[in-house]
Write a protein that binds this ligand. Sequence first.
Ligand SMILES: [Zn+2]
Ligand SMILES: [Zn+2]
Length: 360
Amino acid sequence: MKIILDDHLLCCEAMTESKSIQIGAWLDAPGPNARVEIRNDIPIPSPGINEVLIKLECSGVCHSDVHNLLGQTPMTTNVGGHEGVGRVVKLGENCPKDLLDKRVGVKWLHTYCNECEICQVDVTGCPNQHNSGRDVPGTFQQYTISPIEGLTSIPEALESEIAAPLLCAGLSMYGSISRAGLKAEEWLVLPGAGGGLGHLGVQIAREMGYKVIAVDTGERKRELCLKLGATAFLDFKTDDVEAKVKELTNGYGADAVVCLGGASAYAQGLKLLRNCGTLVCVGLVTENLPISPFEILARSLRIVGSTVGTPEHLVGLLEMAVAGKVKPIVEVREFEELDEVLGRLQRYEVEGRVVVRIPQ
Ligand SMILES: [Zn+2]
Ligand SMILES: [Zn+2]
């Protein structure tokens, strides 16, 4: 790794810019005990054809960053992060001049081919995709590169720290709830509704016209979920969730469950569905689902997977955010605290979303 870095430094010394190195959170190699180290000798990349260089202001910290760090996903870059907001400071060849100084967002889906048969259906499933902070350097650094088609223009009305969590957490929820294929007034169960993804999901689902049964625990989460627009709140520690969901839904069960949690949440989610209902898999769990093909066909269930939302989903989400209908709960931290924040996320100690300020 050192050799590659030194090579880059040599290249950068040849660059004409006044500044060639930057501060970033460096990960030597993913693994069970991996840590990120704040370094000030990371080369500033140069934008290629149809690419821009972005000076980042802040980045959200996502649970998938923890999975990447721990080596549970195929991470092949040394700089994580995929919820960044900043300004375009340099254009590569072919880029429109008016992009300069625009405030933009950098997301998980860095590039997709837009040519394959999958892209014609849903670009988030592209087998040729690259992901910020997974296989291309991400947003835990001062400067990052983005292809112009992957950029999101951030509306003036949204502060950068508010916009950042929408780019992955918000977009994942918008995408997964959309993929449940519900009609207005149908029932959606959201386990983990008071968490970083869930609290956005409650607001988005309410805005889409669905009735949300929020499942979480504790008085604070109850108050939060009901305030954000959930129709009902069930405490998984004190309520019989299965019985209560049936009671609320004329005995049939929910039309959809968007499962954000761990293996036990999936097991319970399957029991909460009515016949012809839809389970949307969002939580990164590697155990198999505890259901037989027989039960799936007998109950006519649909099981779908969802990573992030499409570019079209993001348009809808930003409209909701600008209208004040969806607002993430954000805890802003300094960049130096990133390693500690990743540890808290790993231990499920974060409420809402943490956004780190990038040193300017
Ligand atoms: Zn994410
Ligand atoms: Zn493709």
